[in-house]
Write a protein that binds this ligand. Structure first.
Ligand code: NDP
Ligand code: MG
Length: 319
């Protein structure tokens, strides 16, 4: 089940060479697998991938004859790529992989009948998946099988996960569970929750007249140092490492920030994910030119926290 062997001698294709694409392709290539990267014609990543030592072809050519195809283009681009470049080129009995369940779960892609479908979702941003692998370690991956015609799709998924994540651990899931928990985690906690928490803390101190540089270190920069402790050793060891003053304040104040009201908001977010409301609004956003996202990005790049942050990061990382 955990052997990489089932991928040996197979023709593996990774579609896309972005955050996840370069990590899957290069990690498997480093382990001696036969990897081709599929890119659109004129792709800006073509030279980069070739320089890194992997074979590159147009998506259609890379998919033709492939045994396993992992699709690692942005979720919103995948339905058209599948329709135009994958469907008619993918051989019968091949395995089609995803790193996120979105398009299968929300039925944006309905794969043809004669292929196997699996997922390997590394639990980390693509650049970390590669960097940690290069350092000799790995990240855990979720793996799921949606359709198993050949009877060994789970072995293929586990082998892919163990290759990309260097055998750190594979957790079995379903397309539904991965999609819903992944969207929830990034919205409520990891991305949306954390950035708004840091922003609100920074604003509170700055509005009270404190030096924005001090506020940035306190509410943004130090986040990583604390979270690294949680990541490596858990809440208790983090609390053991901070002062008693900090630990007492943690117990007294944390629950005033994340209240029953916040939990209610989290449940609302989860409901919107489960009933497809979030997916629908994201797809609408991508189909109408990313107007809302561009506005948010502009607003952020003009913000005080970014002005101070870019200065502080220069100071910290230029040494
Ligand atoms: P990226 O945005 O980094 O993918 C960029 C790559 O996709 C580039 O090579 C780009 O081509 C190619 N691409 C973009 N649009 C098209 C198109 N219309 N036609 C053909 N190729 C295209 O994607 P991610 O790595 O962020 O995401 C890939 C998958 O992995 C998604 O399913 C995502 O949910 C999942 N995932 C992502 C994580 C992450 O860390 N980002 C974490 C876990 C899962 P070009 O080089 O020519 O521009
Ligand atoms: Mg995620």
């Amino acid at each position: 089940m955990t052997e990489l062997k089932v991928l040996e001698g197979k023709k593996l294709t990774v579609v896309g060479y972005g955050s996840q694409g370069h990590a899957h392709a290069l990690n498997l290539h480093d382990l001696g697998m036969d990897v081709t990267v599929g890119l659109r014609e004129g792709s800006k990543s073509w030279k980069k991938a070739e320089k890194a030592g992997v074979k590159v072809a147009t998506i259609g050519d890379a998919v033709k004859g492939a045994d396993v195809v992992m699709i690692l283009a942005p979720d919103e681009a995948q339905p058209a790529i599948y329709e135009n470049d994958i469907k008619d080129n993918l051989k019968s009995g091949a395995y089609l992989g995803f790193a996120h369940g979105f398009n299968i779960h929300y039925k944006r892609i309905t794969p043809k009948e004669d292929i196997n479908i699996f997922m390997v979702a590394p639990k980390g941003p693509g650049h970390m998946v590669r960097e940690i692998f290069e350092g000799g370690h790995g990240v855990p991956c979720l793996a799921a099988v949606h359709k198993d015609l050949s009877g060994d799709t789970k072995e293929i998924a586990y082998a892919w996960a163990n290759g990309v994540g260097r055998k750190v651990g594979v957790i079995e899931t379903t397309f539904q569970e991965e999609t819903e928990t992944d969207l929830f985690g990034e919205q409520a906690v990891l991305c949306g929750g954390v950035t708004e928490l840091m922003q609100a803390g920074f604003d509170t101190l700055v509005e009270a007249g404190y030096n924005p540089e001090v506020a940035y270190f306190e509410c943004v920069h130090e986040m990583k140092l604390i979270i690294d402790l949680v990541y490596e050793k858990g809440f208790a060891a983090m609390r053991d490492s901070i002062s008693n003053t900090a630990e007492y304040g943690d117990y007294i104040s944390g629950k005033k920030i994340i209240t029953e009201e916040s939990k209610k908001a989290m449940k609302g977010i989860l409901t919107d994910i489960q009933n497809g409301t979030f997916a629908k609004s994201f797809i609408e956003e991508t189909e109408t030119g990313y107007k809302f996202m561009d506005k948010e990005r502009d607003q952020y790049s003009d913000s005080k926290i970014e002005e101070v942050g870019s200065k502080m990061r220069k100071m910290v990382f230029s040494k």
